[in-house]
Ligand binder design. Structure first.
Ligand code: SF4
Ligand code: SF4
Length: 562
């Protein structure tokens, strides 16, 4: 089955001569395969006539068409299709007593699935032109899912008997829509939840003044405070440090003892702790997404990393490898050396021991939020004697122009980076309209495309999916000298040659030292009282269940990170 999808944001008939229509060989034979659609502006493709030659995509100045063959076995209709040549989603995750994890690239339908299951979006079963009544659609779905948990769920959706709560992905946008203090935003939230999510100290602060990690916990607390049947958490770990991720994972797990819970999460270590089942989403981002059957957490994550689901005989990409090979050798020449550094402000003090970052080294920065990691990054960024390129933690999308205008001229190396980060298709998009993940990739490219002695990346994994995190990790492995602050332990473990560990009391005092990666990870996890082992199949780090045999054994041996 072949599908044609038009990216409406890229298609701009004002700036072209309908090259796509002129190029189509089927049209030249006299049939109407590609034509101007009912809006008298954008083109449309009749998929049943299309022979898949791809000329419309090649000739379009903006590559706005995607012509894609679906996997052989995908014969059923989509559950949702957005317009005649629009994005489509096949299948749905199944609500279940426990935490259901949704794992897959951005743009493969996770949000659509959540909106359908919450009753916000009525599925159309791919019938974009004929209007079918809601009753008709749900009855048809109940028939196709007879005998499964989804049959009962669709019955409840039809009766409008499902109360749902959604924790959105981009928590940094919350202060734009909710004004006032944290206390006002959480006025109906029980004290127990506020305490559990460690928000008591920020209750009197304005939402516009709290950090990303605090905003994330406010959004989670606000969702937990509501009474609903099903709870959706879209990327609950962004901006949280590792200890907070474990805490949030355990809180969501507890909620799932009584309620249905679904979570979209790209930090595999957090997902591993939290989920009871996994649905894999795969496909072509922005074009189509397919939802797998549910799997156990280990199987689901491992199949996802392998890019292959043996039970469904589907291969959707090459495996993602977690055992990094060093493609560049750190040299013994210092890129940046620093003597003891000290910074005091308000009630916070930071001390950094003397250290050296050698050329071509990647230093992974570990530590809780509030210990001065970003302060240290800013102190380095202010130095005049070293050229530093800095990607800040919070991204500004105020630039009034396109991505191409923001990035400027690109040399050969820059173009490789842009391709690896999947930015080529974003070039004509306006920076203001980018999603969180798109903006993050553009900000990373902007940082890496500058000429510098040291590249400082503050939380580059926020809003990136697993494939994008691995693409970033591969770039950094063969790039220059990098200092990366991030809370995704898999990413840090993969890219880093050395660690810089921040310890102390959050918001009061921080102390930082450079050390070997193993020492850093071990000491850091010891401070959290959490142990990790390596999955024998994929070599990815997995958190041990608290108080399990492995957890106890590793703690006795002092090996918090195996
Ligand atoms: S798809 Fe491309 S060539 Fe066709 S109308 Fe749109 S911008 Fe023009
Ligand atoms: S893929 Fe080829 S046949 Fe299909 S619409 Fe484009 S140009 Fe025409």
């Amino acid at each position: 089955m072949r599908i044609a999808v038009l990216d409406n944001e890229l298609c701009n008939p004002k700036k072209c001569s309908y090259e796509c229509i002129a190029a189509c060989p089927v049209n030249r034979e006299g049939e109407e395969c590609i034509y101007i659609g009912p809006d008298k502006f954008h083109p449309q493709i009749n998929e049943s006539l299309c022979i898949g030659c791809g000329l419309c995509h090649k000739k379009c100045p903006f590559n706005a068409w995607y012509i894609v063959n679906l996997p052989e076995e995908k014969k059923e209709s989509p559950i949702m299709q957005y317009g005649v040549n629009g994005f489509r989603v096949f299948g749905l995750p199944v609500p279940f007593q426990g935490v259901v994890g949704l794992l897959g690239p951005n743009g493969t339908g996770k949000t659509s699935a959540l909106r359908i299951l919450s009753g916000q979006l009525a599925p159309n079963l791919g019938m974009v032109s004929e209007g079918r009544s809601k009753k008709d659609v749900y009855e048809s779905l109940m028939k196709t899912h007879r005998g499964t948990e989804l049959q009962n769920y669709f019955e409840r959706l039809l009766k409008e008997d499902v109360k749902s709560v959604y924790k959105p992905q981009q928590v940094n946008l919350l202060p734009d829509v909710i004004k006032g203090t944290v206390k006002e935003a959480l006025k109906n939230c029980p004290d127990e939840i506020i305490k559990q999510l460690e928000l008591s100290a920020v209750l009197d602060r304005k939402l516009s003044e709290v950090s990303g990690g605090e905003l994330q916990r406010v959004a989670i607390a606000a969702a937990l405070a509501k009474d609903a049947d099903i709870y959706y958490f879209d990327e609950p770990s962004s901006y949280l440090d590792v200890r907070q991720r474990v805490n949030v994972a355990m809180t969501i797990k507890k909620l799932a003892e009584k309620k249905l819970v679904m979570v979209v999460e790209h930090d595999l270590a957090t997902l591993d702790i939290m989920a009871d089942r996994i649905h894999i989403f795969y496909g072509s981002p922005g074009v189509y997404g397919i939802v797998s059957q549910p799997y156990s957490v280990r199987k689901g994550i491992n199949n996802f990393l392998d890019g292959y689901i043996p039970e469904e005989n589907v291969k959707f990409r090459d495996p993602l490898q977690f055992e990094a090979t060093n493609e560049k050798k750190p040299s013994k020449t210092a890129a940046v050396a620093f003597d003891e550094m000290q910074k005091n402000y308000d009630q916070f003090s930071l001390t950094v021991d003397p250290g050296i970052i050698y050329q071509n080294e990647v230093v992974g920065v570990l530590g809780a939020n509030g210990l001065g990691k970003t302060t240290f990054a800013k102190m380095l960024a202010e130095r005049q004697d070293v050229k530093i390129s800095y990607k800040p933690q919070y991204l500004d999308s105020d630039f009034a122009g396109t991505v191409a205008e923001l990035l400027g001229t690109a040399d050969r190396q820059d173009k490789i980076i842009m391709r690896q980060l999947g930015i080529e298709r974003l070039m004509e998009k306006s920076v203001k309209n980018l999603s969180g993940g798109e903006l993050q990739r553009v900000a990373i490219a902007l940082c890496l495309m500058k000429d510098a002695d040291l590249y400082l990346l503050d939380e580059p994994s926020a809003y990136l999916d697993v494939d994008q995190r691995m693409a970033l990790a591969k770039i950094l492995k063969s790039f220059g000298t990098v200092l990366i602050i991030d809370h995704d332990l898999m990413l840090i473990n993969y890219v880093s040659d050395k660690a810089m560990l921040f310890t102390g009391e959050p918001g009061i005092r921080g102390h930082a030292r450079v050390m070997t990666l193993n020492e850093g990870l071990n000491e850091f996890l010891k401070s959290l009282n959490v142990t990790f082992r390596k999955d024998p199949q994929t070599k990815r780090p997995r958190a041990n269940k608290p108080d399990s045999v492995k957890d106890r054994e590793q703690k006795e041996q002092g090996k918090y990170y195996l």
